[in-house]
Design a protein around this ligand. Structure first.
Ligand code: IMP
Length: 431
């Protein structure tokens, strides 16, 4: 039995989708275990960029079975839209290559309305407004609707209608000033939900059984993390986090597998850092340097949210935070992406530690109050001016780039086994 886990090792958007795509050819099954369509993975194949939000990245590999596990929250309407977009790119998606766990939880339009309502007020944290937190709230409160309810579309529609009506009453009471923007037509929501359920019913499955049978048969599974360790509900920068387990522990509960089945943990990190939404970011940059790292938005891989289109905050690579996520998850291998973006800079900097009140911290702080007051310790290194996008071997990369990679490796305490110098499949270099 073997499971490779692929995790975001920073604040998301590290390029996990394309690494999963690269690893998926070794996998018989690719499974999502956390999050929902708040995730956005752009995968470039030739001239086509396909954006995935909920469909696992193994969908591009014909022999792969793709599983949306029990730890995931599913918006049926958005999933159907995404499946149609994938088909439009000539990629087959059907009940033979995609399974949805009966035990996954459903995101209704009312969860989205609640997410939007909170983001309109002072309590907003910059969510993707996909209803993620409110669906997980209902799951934890044991009032949620599970995907298995879609086996009976009419009953599912009625359950969604009841939820929408209850939330409408809450909105009228608590968010009266925004009611015109937020109130939903419950009968329409019910009809849409029932129609979606009728289409998704063939995809529903006992994914525990599928995953366990695959392990028993000696198949190889790739567990594809969404979001990232520093957005994890427990270990991230609470409350500026998502509402699921984006760390290795999420694989065990989000798929239903034993720890000994995990044989490899790979973290994906960017050569610099980015973050969408609010929250602490000690090595954040502003001004021209930030514009330089973010890009103009003309390329699909520039630093604009894949799900929301929001410009991402950017900063120097935070090797201290990476060391933390390496320890937290037992990451043994790192895929370091977007090194090409740093080309042309005479010098580059790395955050090697945090200082508070003149003292260097031993570990990444759990306490938000401490974290927000930390100053980054920056180390400067010579940059590289060469265009590296055509390099295909690690040895062909400029010595200063290799020194940068090897410094990150030493600081993080895990081997950098993959580096990427562009968005195309062939721009991923094994080391
Ligand atoms: P939510 O997951 O939509 O509730 O958003 C909570 C926080 O996680 C916000 O700061 C989002 O910007 C962030 N977030 C959620 N999904 C992603 C992602 O896929 N990439 C990067 N940030 C994300």
């Amino acid at each position: 039995m073997s499971i490779t886990v692929l995790l975001g090792a920073q604040w998301g958007d590290e390029g996990k989708g394309r690494i999963t795509d690269a690893l998926a050819h070794e996998a018989d099954l690719v499974a999502r275990f956390n999050g929902g369509d708040n995730a956005g993975h752009s995968i470039t194949i030739g001239n086509t960029v396909v954006k995935l939000h909920l469909v696992p990245s193994g969908i591009f590999r014909p022999a792969c079975l793709n599983v949306i596990g029990n730890g995931v929250v599913v918006n049926p309407l958005n999933l159907l839209k995404e499946m149609a977009e994938v088909r439009a790119a000539n990629i087959a998606v059907g009940p033979d290559n995609l399974k949805i766990s009966d035990a996954a939880h459903i995101i209704t339009p009312a969860h989205i309305a609640l997410d939007k309502a909170r983001e309109l007020g002072a309590g907003g944290i910059g969510t993707t407004q996909r209803g993620i937190g409110f669906a997980y709230m209902d799951k934890a409160a044991r009032t949620g609707i599970r995907a298995g309810a879609m086996h009976d579309p009419a009953a599912f529609g009625a359950a969604v209608q009841r939820h929408v009506e209850a939330v409408n009453r809450h909105i009228q009471h608590e968010y009266a000033e925004h009611a015109d923007k937020l109130l939903l037509d419950s009968a329409k929501c019910a009809a849409d939900a029932a129609a979606a359920a009728a289409q998704l019913r063939p995809y529903l499955a006992n994914t525990f059984e599928i995953v366990q049978d695959a392990l028993d048969a000696g198949k190889h599974i790739l567990a594809e993390g969404a979001q990232a360790a520093l957005l994890d509900l427990d270990h991230g920068n609470y409350p500026y986090v998502t509402s699921s387990s984006a760390t290795v522990g999420g694989v065990l509960t989000g798929l239903g597998v034993p720890p000994k089945a995990i044989t490899r943990v790979m973290g994906v990190a960017k050569a610099f850092c980015s973050r969408v939404g609010a929250g602490p970011f000690p090595s954040e940059l502003s001004g021209d340097l930030a514009l330089r790292l973010r890009g103009t938005g003309t390329n699909a891989w520039d630093e604009y949210g894949s799900t929301t289109g929001r410009p991402r905050r950017v900063g120097w690579h935070d090797a201290f935070a990476l060391r933390h996520t390496v320890r937290l998850n037992g990451i043994e291998e790192i895929a370091l992406t977007k090194l090409d973006v740093l080309s042309g800079m005479p010098t580059v900097k790395l955050c090697v530690g945090y200082v508070l009140g003149g003292e260097r911290l031993r570990s990444y702080p759990q306490d938000m109050h401490v974290l927000t007051q930390c100053q980054p310790m920056l180390e400067e290194m010579p940059g590289w001016l060469e265009d590296v996008s055509t390099a295909r071997q690690y040895a062909d990369l400029p010595p200063n780039l290799r020194a940068y990679v090897e410094r990150i490796e030493a600081l993080a305490g895990a081997r950098v086994s993959l580096v990427s110098v562009g968005p195309e499949r062939e721009q991923l270099i094994r080391r």
